[in-house]
Design a binder for this molecule. Structure first.
Ligand SMILES: Cc1ncc(COP(=O)(O)O)c(C=O)c1O
Length: 465
């Protein structure tokens, strides 16, 4: 796909943002007026206005009393009435949160290791060495082990009745690597990326690290406002749209089938790559989710990223991407540059577990165990006036506190009480909202820890509310 030419207002935006980044104008400084800038840059006032609007939308500048545009600080302004929280405030990144050693772990969207098939996997390690004695003496191919790709192609065909072959599949080291490779291939600085709001915070960080211009569409329990998606595609010509439409992280929402078809049509119409991240597809409680977006794709606009890390083994780091033919060579090049192919041993261990009937048996038990944990967490939370929409799958509850309490600052107090969660703000691609929201994962802590930990969290919130 060809890179779109930049509009003039995007160039003005870039100029302004570069100057803010190199501190020519600091937090709180007044920026030049539209008139001054249009004269200085010899462009129409409307062009400058549009550039300022774009900066405003991203929370990089703000308007004060109609007196002009000012540089916004990088952190959100604290909410009045919470001075206790403001003192010693610390804003954590996701990886910093995960590094905190706490007794009640609700921040990791990971499954309790006691629920994973450790015993069987260790059996498979031995089998793999018997079957492939030289497995550690050779590289995998860059695209991934052929036997594994064949098995996955058959699995996808059987499950979704869409045709594909081993040639269309790329094995990556987790979906995290897939997202990183995709962003390296497609995103140049200032390219526009459309994301859901809220979104998976590590994906936000990946696109930011490529210096992308992020725009966002709200994800709701019913999916997206597709008219708005179309408007954003028309106006900003995003290079790609990163979606997590099935048991979305952090909200747990699932985009319905009818919207999936239309979304793919829109992406085709506006020449926008869809990156479909599907890490939770098999973690449903009652009913299997709708087929992935890529199964509606006839024009080659969707890259499907399917991770098996969560429920087989996070440590094996095996994910599969279904890649449209026109994008395959580019992705193989960046994958080759990154690591010359994912470790063959991991792929073979995964293959043998994946092809065995054990996987389905494990999944059936796991779904029940996770549903019970979700219900325990919900039972404890029902004693509060907090709100959430109970998800039909996935690992998280997306919870709203009734009063404006900055959860990013509350986190420090929770950690001091040995409880962790993910504050809403870091799930916002625009870094402006969800300050009173939090993501609570019910999958890592055991049943006893869930009860005690949630009670403790409620106490912490009640102390600072
Ligand atoms: C939506 C989403 N995508 C990707 C990942 C990363 O998964 P992996 O272990 O496959 O790299 C996660 C992990 O939390 C996730 O929630």
């Amino acid at each position: 796909m060809n890179k779109q030419r930049k509009y003039l207002f995007e160039e003005v935006y870039e100029y302004l943002w570069q100057r803010i980044e190199r501190s020519d104008w600091k937090t709180g400084d007044k920026l030049p007026s539209i008139r001054e800038l249009s004269m200085e840059m010899n462009v129409h006032r409307l062009t400058v206005y549009k550039a300022y609007q774009m900066l405003k939308q991203q929370g990089k500048v703000f308007v004060k009393d109609k007196s002009g545009y000012y540089v916004q600080g990088s952190s959100t302004s604290p909410i009045d009435g919470h001075s206790l929280l403001r003192a010693n405030e610390k804003t954590y990144t996701l990886s910093e949160i995960h590094q905190q050693s706490v007794q009640y772990q609700f921040s990791q969207a990971l499954i309790d290791p006691n629920l994973l098939p450790n015993h069987f996997l260790s059996d498979y390690v031995k089998k793999v060495f018997d079957l492939y004695p030289k497995v550690l003496s050779t590289y995998s191919t860059v695209q991934g082990d052929m036997e594994l790709r064949d098995t996955l192609a058959t699995y996808f065909i059987t499950r979704y009745k869409t045709h594909l072959s081993h040639d269309d599949i790329l094995i990556t080291s987790g979906s995290q690597q897939a997202l990183h490779l995709i962003s390296q291939l497609f995103i140049k600085p200032r390219d526009t990326v459309l994301l859901e709001r809220p979104s998976y915070s590590a994906a936000i960080d990946i696109f930011k690290s490529q210096d992308a211009h992020l725009i966002a569409i709200d994800i709701q329990p019913y999916g997206y406002d597709l008219e708005k998606v179309e408007m954003l595609m028309k106006q900003y010509k995003p290079r790609l749209f990163y979606v997590n439409p099935t048991f979305h992280n952090p909200t747990g929402y699932t985009v319905p089938t009818a919207q999936r078809k239309k979304l793919v049509e829109l992406a085709e119409r506006y020449n926008c790559v869809i990156v479909e991240d599907d890490a939770y597809h098999d973690i449903y409680f009652e009913k299997a989710p709708p087929p992935p977006l890529y199964t509606f794709d006839t024009a080659g606009v969707v890259i499907y990223v399917r991770s098996f890390c969560k429920y087989v083994s996070p440590g094996l780091r095996v994910a599969a991407c279904v890649v449209p033919p026109a994008m395959k060579d580019g992705l193989l090049t960046v994958k080759g540059l990154a690591d010359n192919g994912s470790p063959l041993l991991n792929q073979k261990i995964f293959l043998h577990y994946f092809s065995s009937p054990r996987l389905q048996q494990h999944l059936e038990k796991l779904r029940i165990a996770l549903q019970i944990r979700k219900e325990i967490m919900e039972e404890e939370l029902q004693k509060t006036n907090w709100s959430w929409i109970s998800p039909d799958g996935g690992l998280n509850l997306w919870v709203q506190l009734p009063d404006p309490l900055p959860t990013d600052q509350l986190l420090q107090k929770a950690i001091e009480n040995s409880v962790s969660f993910v504050p809403g703000l870091i799930c916002d691609p625009l870094q402006q909202g969800f300050s009173s929201s939090l993501r609570l994962s019910y999958s890592y802590a055991n049943e006893e820890q869930l009860r005690v930990g949630v009670r403790r969290l409620i106490e912490v919130v009640n102390t600072y509310a």
